[in-house]
Design a protein around this ligand. Structure first.
Ligand SMILES: [Zn+2]
Length: 240
């Protein structure tokens, strides 16, 4: 008979372990901007959530040394991850703004597939194909390619969902089934986690873009909430 593992929650109530979820994103704050509220909810329900981040997001600080930026970004991402109850973040250290070219140059596909497989995820969350940022769209493509290749060999069977970061409309993915997650109770963790990305918020030339993205987080949560009957909600599209 299988013995189900028990995990302890903050309040001490043991909960059944539900399995692993993997979030794969382009830059160090996308995992919060996109599915942060849902992740905080899943971790409270007993899922183990892991995050793979493709780039440190060094493009926002072109005058600073990569090693210095990387150190800050790793710390910020870890802090944010602990706020939403994640099990850890790992960075692929690909070039910000050219993730696709760097991924191909370094022939990352096989390594990437092994990494995904090592988490044995039940659900995978990644960027939307409708996102305006080319790095985001590339990550979505490469996640689907990797997943399809693993699924064809019966090595992995997971639900694959996409989240929005810098798009307002969902044109290409509008006909895929939707997953609506009520984030009324966890929206505050998403916002708290976003505040960990101080290096993004403080840097003047990046402020406008980041503020628009942060405003979009509020806008999306409440508009989706109104639409689906919650105070706040995140909406995902199931592609696989
Ligand atoms: Zn991004």
């Amino acid at each position: 008979m299988a013995i189900k593992k028990q995990v302890k929650r903050e309040n001490g109530t043991p909960q059944e372990e539900k399995g692993n979820i993997l979030v794969i994103c382009a830059h160090s704050d996308d995992q919060i901007l996109g599915p942060g509220g849902a992740v905080a909810k899943y971790t409270r329900e007993g899922y183990n959530v892991y995050t793979i981040i493709c780039s440190y997001g060094e493009g926002s600080h072109p005058h600073m040394k990569l090693s210095y930026i990387a150190k800050i970004r790793v710390l910020e991402a870890k802090e944010a991850d602990s706020i939403i109850g994640g099990k850890g973040v790992m960075f692929l250290a690909l070039k910000d703004g050219a993730i696709g070219a760097d991924f191909r140059k370094k022939k990352m596909m096989e390594r990437f597939k092994r990494q995904i497989l090592s988490y044995v995820p039940k659900k995978i969350f990644t960027h939307s194909g409708d996102d305006l940022h080319p790095d985001h769209r590339f990550v979505k493509e490469v996640v689907l390619d990797a997943y399809d290749s693993l699924a064809r060999k019966n090595l992995l069977n997971a639900e694959v969902y996409t989240f929005d970061v810098s798009n307002i409309f969902n044109k290409k993915e509008r006909n895929f089934p939707r997953l609506i997650v009520d984030i009324t109770d966890t929206f505050r963790y998403k916002i708290k986690a976003l505040h960990e990305f101080r290096s993004q918020i403080n840097f003047f030339s990046y402020t406008i873009t980041v503020n628009i993205l942060y405003l979009a987080v509020y806008y999306r949560a409440f508009v989706n909430g109104l639409k689906y009957g919650f105070k706040a909600a995140e909406v995902f599209r199931r592609l696989r």
